[in-house]
Design a protein around this ligand. Structure first.
Ligand code: SF4
Ligand code: FES
Length: 352
């Protein structure tokens, strides 16, 4: 078995933004359940020993943790490349300076749109867009590489050319244009977010035309117009490891949306045992678990039957073929959802 390539460290579910496309679970971990600084330091040491090379410090909003500098330092001292995945609204010059001194290597900044009013409507936080612009400038001035991440959907795709121009203006070395994935809280907003086929085709044309310059553009395509699924996480338990704010060790960031599955917790299990020996990680590894039509399919070791979280979200059984595959008996669920996507009203989270 390979070592995981990267550890996603979900430091908290707390976040000042309320994006309708959030892939975090519908029920969030309370702050009182969050792992301590020392527990995270131990996790980073275990991850490095397991063969991980990098960690993504994420959430929620990771800078909502008062100990984000100490956590970053612990990851750096463990020998991991550190990437901060942030909304940027809490990132001021003082904090960034301390993060750089702690060994921060890279910043990934999310935006909701290039149009400030629409961005703030989507994120549910007035004033956020200007703060993000300031954060991008600080990151650039600090000499750190910057990735901008834009989750796209029916209510911002009309601004995709402006989003690409904004990422160039703000000095991004890489832009990730990611169509919304519908699990966790995003599923509750699916009707307001699903793009039309015409929007998808136009977005793909715009991204293709914009590629080739100094800024790299990565493109995550949507499943609901697809005929074959994507190889989610490169296969369950194959390359990817996440630790949730409450210490649950997960094969993917959305795995807690699969209700009924029990995941190992870092307070009771080592990272090594969770990765190698736990029932949850072994449940969908390889191809032996696959139902027909995946069994014997020539793509079984290419897409690994698609996404387990999506299979659960749409069919109620994570062991089913991902309905994004046209060979799935549940494939019509996607066209039914597209036909039903008739509202523009968002449902926002309320944090207690
Ligand atoms: Fe992939 Fe399964 Fe569809 Fe084959 S049948 S393309 S393995 S999801
Ligand atoms: Fe969980 Fe695809 S998001 S397996």
């Amino acid at each position: 078995m390979n070592a995981p390539l990267a550890l996603l460290a979900e430091l908290t579910h707390r976040c000042p933004l309320r994006c309708p496309y959030c892939s975090n679970p519908a029920v969030l971990a309370r702050s009182s359940a969050e792992l301590t600084t020392a527990e995270w330091a131990d996790i980073f040491a275990q991850a490095a020993a397991l063969g991980c090379l990098q960690t993504h410090l994420s959430g929620g909003e990771p800078t909502a943790r008062r100990d984000i500098v100490e956590i970053t330092a612990a990851a750096h001292q463990a020998g991991l490349y550190t990437n901060l995945i942030t909304a940027g609204v809490l990132l001021d010059a003082s904090l960034l300076k301390r993060l750089v001194a702690a060994g921060l290597d890279h910043v990934q900044l999310s935006i909701q749109d290039a149009d400030a009013a629409n961005a703030e409507k989507i994120g549910g936080m007035p004033g956020a867009h200007a703060r993000k612009q300031q954060a991008a400038q600080l990151v650039r001035e600090a000499g750190l590489p910057l990735t901008i991440n834009a989750v796209v959907h029916r209510q911002n795709l009309h601004n995709l050319p402006a989003i690409i121009a904004l990422a160039r203006d703000w000095g991004a070395a890489r832009l990730e244009v990611a169509h919304t994935q519908y699990y966790g809280w995003a599923l509750a907003n699916r009707d307001a977010l699903l793009p039309t086929r015409a929007q998808l085709d136009e977005a793909t044309r715009i991204v293709d035309a914009a590629r080739g310059g100094a800024m790299r553009i990565d493109y995550v395509v949507p499943d609901y117009h697809a005929h074959r699924p994507k190889p989610c996480m490169g296969g369950w338990g194959a390359r990817f490891l996440a630790v949730a704010p409450n210490g649950d060790v997960l094969p993917c960031h959305a795995a807690q949306s699969i209700t009924g599955m029990v995941f190992p917790n870092i307070r009771k299990s080592s990272l090594h045992d969770a990765w190698h020996d736990s029932a949850a990680f072994n449940r969908f590894r390889g191809t032996a678990w696959m139902p027909p039509p995946c069994q014997g399919c020539e793509r079984a070791e290419i897409d690994w039957g698609g996404c387990r979280c999506q299979a659960f979200a749409l069919t109620g059984d994570a062991a089913n073929t991902d309905p994004a595959c046209a060979l799935s008996p549940h494939h019509a669920l996607l066209s039914d959802a597209l036909a039903a996507a008739a509202t523009n009203a968002f449902r926002y989270r309320e944090f207690s």
